[in-house]
Design a protein. Structure first.
Length: 118
């Protein structure tokens, strides 16, 4: 099983980034996919989750209206479009595969660093 995040970078406040998580080794289309983030010295927190069929998604209050999660089941890939970034969005972003209802994580990636700074 592999989950490989990419797209993290250093970006100025107000900028945008698109994260990707490419997966293999499990049946991607049957899992809810989530993005979590962990800032230095802080707990890992859910950013967004999308249902296995892409028909529903939830977001942390702090990113609603700015971030969009999407998935392409044909490519076994989940995305996170991040707009109007702020320094508070600085964190390592992780991609997880798991359960929609409970949010339980089954598989997790290694993370990609996002730094928002001028």
């Amino acid at each position: 099983v592999r989950l490989v995040e990419s797209g993290g970078d250093l970006v100025q406040p107000g900028g945008s980034l698109r994260l990707s998580c490419t997966t293999s080794g499990f049946t991607f289309s049957t899992y809810a996919m989530s993005w979590y983030r962990q800032a230095p010295g802080k707990e890992r927190k859910l950013v967004a989750r999308i249902r296995s069929d892409g028909g529903s998604a939830i977001y942390a209050d702090s990113v609603k209206g700015r971030f969009t999660i999407s998935r392409d089941n044909a490519k076994n890939t989940v995305y996170l479009q991040m707009n109007r970034l702020t320094p508070e969005d600085t964190a390592v972003y992780y991609c997880d595969a798991g359960l929609w209802g409970s949010g339980r994580t089954i598989y997790s990636g290694q993370g990609t660093q996002v730094t928002v700074s001028s």
